[in-house]
Design a binder for this molecule. Sequence first.
Ligand SMILES: C[S@@+](CC[C@H](N)C(=O)[O-])C[C@H]1O[C@@H](n2cnc3c(N)ncnc32)[C@H](O)[C@@H]1O
Length: 202
Amino acid sequence: MSWIQRRRSETYYRRAKTEGYRSRAIYKLKQMDEKFSLIGNGMRILDLGAAPGGWSQYSSMVNEEGLNVAMDLVPMRRIENVYFVKGDIFEDNIWTKVLELSPDGFDLVLSDILMHTSGDRSRDQANSYFIAKRVLEICEHVLARNGKTLIKTLQGDLTEEMRREFKKHFRRVFLTKPSSSLPRSPELYILGEYYSGHSPSP
Ligand SMILES: C[S@@+](CC[C@H](N)C(=O)[O-])C[C@H]1O[C@@H](n2cnc3c(N)ncnc32)[C@H](O)[C@@H]1O
């Protein structure tokens, strides 16, 4: 990481600390929300890979009258108005755990999950593709018709393939990179809007 990138990362990190947020990731979601109007008050939101909780903090503030469900492999300190479910997205039938909290599914599924990066670009990209595909599979069980999903991925050879995959399920698809994401990082978010799948079911 260059010193400019490090400085930028530290600036968001310090800002998050000063403002009482759990991670600098909160600014990424906030910027994407400002651009795409992702979150409205009264929604049912599922945040996958939620710890330490920046995104869930943001969702719980904007969606204060709605349902906010967070899931992660590791425990997360409590956030008011957020239900935490400990779980691995690759567990069999993991969707049943969250459908207990919202039997009719969710309006928005977020995923900020990334496996540990190995430094091997194509391997890291393949892993992020694999995660995004799994999140899409979870969406097939939990996302309400016309719902949205926002998934973190790594830009590379498989990006176009992933966009095509999204196009099969969503009427509108966007690739986006918030300004708080470091410019040289291959991190990229894919947003699908107007889900055309079936009604949620276990
Ligand atoms: C970049 S962090 C998320 C940061 C979060 N969005 C925030 O705002 O604080 C990625 C998270 O994904 C979680 N994770 C990784 N693999 C996972 C899996 N298979 N199932 C569930 N969570 C996973 C990690 O434990 C980690 O907490």
